[in-house]
Ligand binder design. Structure first.
Ligand code: BGC
Length: 265
C-alpha cells in the first residue's frame, strides 16, 4: 500500500441532509475531522426523495474526484432528519411527507451505485460528539440535543448510541417541545436570547428530570451563540456547546458506517 493509499484508508464520505442545505465532506476517521473543504448545496424544495438523491449524488461525485477520496465502492454515510430504522424512514417532522416508510438506504444506494447507510441526523451528531468532541470519555448517559429547524436528540450511554430517541417531540405544557424551543421557533417568534433561555430552561429541566444525564451537549447552528443562552440556564447537569459545530452531522454519518462495517477501528 502506498503512503497516500494508507492515508486514504482512514477516509469515508459523510453527507448531512438538512432543511436548508445538504452538506458533504471527506472525513478522516482517525481525527474526526474533514479533509479539505465541505461541499454545500441548497436543499431542493420540495425535499422529495428524487431531487434530494440527485443533490447527494452530485456532492458524492464531486468529493470522489479529489485525491483524498476513498475508493468509489466504499460505503457512504448519510445523516437524515427523521427516525431511521433498518434503513427505512419512519417520520417526517420537517421534511417532505413522502419520506415516511420510504426505503432510504435502498434509494440512495441505487442512485449512487455504492452502499449507503442512513442514520438520524441528531444520532449522527451525537456519535461524533461522544467520539471526538464535547462528550468524549464521559461514562453514563450523555444527551446531545441539537437546536435547529426542529430539536434533535441523541441518547448515548457509556459511549453506545441508543438510536432514534425523539426528545424534541416531548409534549411540554401542551406543545410539541420543538415548536417552542428550536432555533427556528426563536426566529419565527422574534424573541431575544433572554426569552429564549426561559423556553430552553423549561425544556432542559424537563429532560433532566426524565433522564438525569451526566452531561448535555448542545448542537445545531446556534451552538455557535451558546454564550447567549447556556450561562442563563440553571440545571444540575453540566451543559456545554458541541465542539464539532457544523461538521458533526457529516463526521457522525461517516463514523456510523465505519462502526457498522468495522472499518478503520
Ligand atoms: C425530527 C428528528 C430530527 C430533528 C432534527 C425532528 O423534528 O423528528 O428526527 O433529528 O428534527 O433535525
Amino acid at each position: 500500500m502506498s503512503k497516500s493509499d494508507k492515508k486514504k484508508s482512514n477516509h469515508l464520505i459523510g453527507i448531512d441532509i438538512g432543511g436548508t442545505g445538504i452538506k458533504g465532506g471527506i472525513v478522516d476517521l482517525k481525527k474526526g475531522k474533514l479533509v479539505g473543504e465541505r461541499v454545500r448545496i441548497e436543499t431542493p424544495q420540495p425535499a422529495a426523495p428524487e431531487p434530494v438523491a440527485d443533490v447527494v449524488a452530485h456532492i458524492v461525485d464531486e468529493l470522489s474526484q479529489r485525491d483524498e477520496a476513498p475508493d468509489t465502492d466504499t460505503p457512504v454515510g448519510v445523516a437524515f432528519p427523521a427516525i431511521i430504522q433498518h434503513g427505512v424512514a419512519r417520520s417526517a417532522a420537517n421534511v417532505d411527507k413522502s419520506w415516511i416508510d420510504f426505503e432510504v438506504n435502498k434509494h440512495f444506494s441505487e442512485r449512487l451505485g455504492r452502499p449507503v447507510e442512513v442514520i438520524n441526523d441528531a444520532d449522527s451528531a451525537g456519535l461524533a460528539e461522544v467520539r471526538y468532541g464535547a462528550g468524549a470519555g464521559i461514562d453514563g448517559t450523555v444527551l446531545v440535543i441539537t437546536l435547529g429547524t426542529g430539536i434533535g436528540s441523541a441518547f448515548v450511554f457509556d459511549g453506545q448510541l441508543v438510536p432514534n430517541a425523539e426528545l424534541g417531540h416531548l409534549e411540554i405544557d401542551g406543545f410539541d417541545a420543538e415548536t417552542k424551543a428550536s432555533a427556528v421557533a426563536r426566529e419565527r417568534d422574534g424573541i431575544g436570547w433572554e426569552d429564549y433561555s426561559v423556553r430552553l430552561q423549561r425544556y432542559f429541566s424537563h429532560v433532566e428530570f426524565l433522564f438525569s444525564p451526566e452531561l448535555f451537549v448542545v448542537g445545531g447552528g446556534i451552538s455557535k451563540r451558546a454564550d447567549e443562552y447556556l450561562p442563563r440556564l440553571k440545571l444540575r447537569t453540566p451543559i456545554v456547546p458541541a465542539e464539532l459545530k457544523n461538521e458533526a452531522g457529516i463526521v457522525g454519518a461517516a463514523l456510523q458506517v465505519a462502526i457498522h462495517h468495522k472499518l478503520h477501528k
